[in-house]
Design a protein around this ligand. Structure first.
Ligand code: AMP
Ligand code: AMP
Length: 336
């Protein structure tokens, strides 16, 4: 059991939340490695906390790393760029559950897991269900930053839009009207505790822009809503909702041990929620890794400040966990 954490390297792909991850790794005393495509290398070379920038022709080079003292931190680009198998086939230590990837990619498996976590969920329908309550949102499978979604106000519109929909796998979900909030958690296998790291709300085009046009003028435009994310803004939750928000994270982690198996869900994850006027926190999706909204909090968030009294981003929290696992000689039990 090798316990000298300074000899380890934390590595990730150059996009999504790589800067946050490697800044956090350097702040915790690790060596850092970034793998990126040739055209982005100059950009990442500007940052002194990145020790090595390796440029490759394609991101698919990453799985070829063989050094067992390099720990890979997956983020939102990993499945998009390497595919599910590319992730699962990595032989170096990987900080995140590989089993959980199947539940992230398949919305039906995911719904079943979230239901078993006793969360409030939007209803999900089959096309031939008699009692669909409209409006509904149709969502393609897999994370795509809100791409490939549409809204339907009635059955006729639903059938018409599905006939030209280019995604084979999708779900039809009750459309929840409320405030969309993304709650960022971290679950530590070492302390067995779930922490709320930070919260963001997304800015999505054009759905967040439509409200800027008065309704009287909206009706003269043939508007279609889209949900493509362009950025994120910070958010603090009404304090009375915080205990339930934390408990929701705990329930998901607990049920993952049975549903997903193995170590279950660990490390960073995010519950994507919509809060309704009766203050129900309705969960529309789970992301089982660091999400891009945490980039707002490279210097920590109000919540991580309460817990740590020092700047603690999700990226740094990951590095702290790995460091503690190495020091106590249990790294293997804390990675995949
Ligand atoms: P990128 O690294 O920008 O190519 O993004 C990789 C994946 O993460 C894509 O599926 C994006 O849609 C998603 N993504 C990137 N930035 C954000 C963000 N701020 N919020 C949510 N998803 C994002
Ligand atoms: P997701 O990819 O599931 O995080 O969803 C992306 C965006 O689509 C969300 O931020 C919401 O704006 C919208 N959305 C997704 N599911 C629902 C839903 N069931 N009700 C209302 N809006 C939704």
């Amino acid at each position: 059991m090798y316990k000298n954490y300074q000899d380890y390297t934390i590595a990730t792909l150059g996009s999504h939340s790589a800067l946050q991850i490697l800044k956090g790794a350097k702040d915790e005393g690790f060596k850092t490695l970034l793998i990126t495509t040739n055209e982005r290398a100059d950009f990442y070379n500007r940052f002194s906390f990145i020790d090595t920038v390796t440029s490759v022709v394609s991101f698919k080079e990453l799985p070829k790393i063989k050094d067992k003292k390099t720990i890979i931190i997956p983020h939102g680009s990993f499945v998009a760029y390497l595919g599910m198998e590319g992730n699962k086939n990595m032989t170096v230590p990987y900080f995140g559950s590989k089993k959980v990837l199947d539940y992230e990619a398949d919305r039906k498996l995911q719904y079943d897991w979230l239901e078993k976590s006793k969360l409030t969920l939007p209803k999900q329908y089959e096309l031939n269900d008699k009692n669909i309550r409209f409006p509904v949102i149709v969502k393609s499978h897999g994370a795509a930053g809100g791409r490939g979604y549409f809204l339907a106000m009635n059955k006729r519109e639903l059938i018409k839009k599905l006939s030209t929909f280019k995604y084979a796998q999708y779900v039809i979900q009750q459309y929840i009207i409320g405030v969309p909030l993304y709650i960022h958690y971290f679950y530590s296998l070492l302390t067995k505790q779930v922490e709320i790291m930070s919260i963001d709300r997304r800015y999505e085009t054009n759905v967040d822009g439509i409200g800027r046009i008065p309704q009287s003028q909206q009706k003269d435009l043939s508007l279609e809503t889209s949900y493509v994310v362009v950025g994120n803004s910070p958010f603090v939750l009404r304090e009375s909702l915080l205990p339930e928000a934390l408990n929701m994270g705990e329930r998901v982690v607990e049920s993952s041990k049975k549903v997903v198996g193995g170590k279950g869900l660990y490390g960073p994850f995010c519950l994507e929620t919509i809060i309704t006027p009766d203050q129900k926190i309705c969960v529309i999706e789970i992301s089982c890794r660091i999400v891009a909204g945490t980039n707002l909090f490279i210097n920590g968030s109000p919540y991580s400040w309460l817990t740590y009294n020092e700047p603690m981003s999700t990226g740094r929290r990951i590095a702290r966990e790995i460091k503690n696992a190495i020091i106590t000689g249990v790294l293997e039990e804390n990675v995949d």
